[in-house]
Write a protein that binds this ligand. Structure first.
Ligand code: ZN
Length: 415
């Protein structure tokens, strides 16, 4: 195992650790650790809410989840010799939950969770149909996940970091704040909000203190959206074996990582939509000098996905088009088409006995594939969502016999 350069005690909150990470983006957040090109190292990661979510049968903790505290990130890792204009090569060697022997009451110790966020606290992809907070707790056995809240499914985790990225430049955070503020200004009272402005409350900025802390906390960008530096891309295919190429915007690149997911469906649709967990990640870093110009990659990382299992081969896929539930025609709206495909999948799964919330949580957490299948056939986009049939312990395809009836168990707890 590579040396753990960012050890965390899973019984302690993020700010009481031997090394403090961060939960905002800013070029002046001091690096926590320095590594060299070619180095392999381990980092522990807190789950994104730093242990707020409990292994219990209530979603009250999801309803009150403190958005000002996310994402609890490990880093920044300064890479010696990396300069703006280089590409940072990051190999994901291994990623997994905190080993079982650390088991305790906090998330990430042999279990994780999926949440449907309430409309008042960020909402989710299908917020109009699902305005309230719900939760599913998933238990890990090796690489396998099951849930007392969504019974009759078992799947192998497609384990990956939800969030990884390099530090932005000063010019870049100015640009981000300006464009996001302009969007918020178009409808400042909207619920859920259009974007999240800088929030000094609950900011954690490694070793910064005093006036420097106050200045950076007032300017630093929130970590919720993916941006030019990568960040919260929530790409389920960044499994072990992946290689990611990040643009470098500051001296040392200042790589950060967190928001580990045991599994996730494409789109992370319930917002807290993966199986969130604390865990560890093993990385190797290298630098391609001047790579941004050489390869014309000036913003947004590219990657070579890992080839680790699960590799499902049989699917039941649902489709949707860009027509609203009220019958209004929209022009090539792929977001809407994907929503409709997901709603069709949820409607279908309820015929077996699942509640709509159980079905929605399953689509967020299981390794479902989402695709923009057609984007040119005016006026309708066509989006599709593929469910791996092997994860169900009952026949899932339509047949003349009608749907099997399952016992939905205690159901998905709500707030
Ligand atoms: Zn996440």
């Amino acid at each position: 195992m590579p040396q753990n350069l960012f050890p965390l005690d899973s019984a302690k909150p993020f700010t009481d650790q031997q090394i403090t990470g961060h939960n905002r983006w800013h070029p002046d957040i001091p690096p926590a650790v320095t590594v060299r090109p070619g180095d392999e190292f381990r980092a522990d990661c807190r789950e994104w809410f730093d242990g707020h979510i409990r292994n219990d049968d209530s979603a009250e903790d999801i309803r009150t989840a403190p958005m000002s505290k996310v994402h609890a990130l490990s880093g920044p890792f300064r890479v010696e010799g990396a300069r703006p204009g280089d590409l940072l090569v990051v190999d994901i060697l291994e990623v997994g939950p905190i080993p079982q022997e650390d088991s305790g009451p906090l998330a990430g110790q042999g279990w994780g969770y999926t949440g449907i966020f309430a409309k008042a606290n960020g909402g989710s992809f299908l917020v109009d149909q699902f305005p309230d907070a719900y939760k599913a707790v998933w238990d890990f056995s090796g690489r396998t996940a099951t849930s007392r809240h969504v019974p009759h499914v078992t799947f192998t985790g497609i384990t990956h970091p939800g969030l990884m990225g390099t530090a932005p430049s000063a010019g870049m955070i100015g640009k981000w704040n300006a464009r996001e503020a302009a969007l918020i200004a178009t409808d400042p009272d909207r619920l859920p909000p259009l974007a999240l402005p800088p929030e000094p409350q609950d900011a954690v900025l490694t070793t910064l203190s005093g006036a420097d802390f106050d200045r950076v906390a007032a300017e630093a960008c929130r970590t919720a959206p993916p941006r030019e530096n990568g960040g919260n891309m929530d790409i389920k295919n960044l499994t072990a074996g992946s290689r990611v190429f990040y643009p470098v915007y500051v001296d040392g690149a200042n790589l950060s990582v967190g928001d580990l997911h045991f599994s996730q469906g494409d789109g992370e649709i319930t917002f807290c939509g993966a199986i969130e967990m604390g865990g560890f990640i093993d990385l190797r870093v290298d630098v391609i000098k001047g790579g941004m110009d050489t390869y014309n990659i000036h913003e947004n990382p590219l990657f070579m996905p890992g080839n680790t299992p699960p590799q499902y081969s049989e699917w039941l896929a649902f489709s949707g088009t860009s027509v609203t539930l009220d019958g209004e025609q929209r022009y090539l709206d792929s977001q809407l088409a994907y929503q409709r495909a997901c709603l069709h999948a949820i409607d279908y799964l309820t015929t077996f006995g699942y509640s709509p919330e159980q079905a929605y949580l399953l689509l967020g957490a299981a390794p479902i594939e989402g695709r923009f299948s057609g984007v040119v056939d005016i006026p309708n986009s066509c989006a599709t969502v593929y469910l791996p049939t092997a994860i169900f312990d009952f026949p899932i395809a339509p047949s003349a016999d009608g749907p099997a009836t399952i016992d939905p168990g205690i159901g998905a707890p709500r707030a």
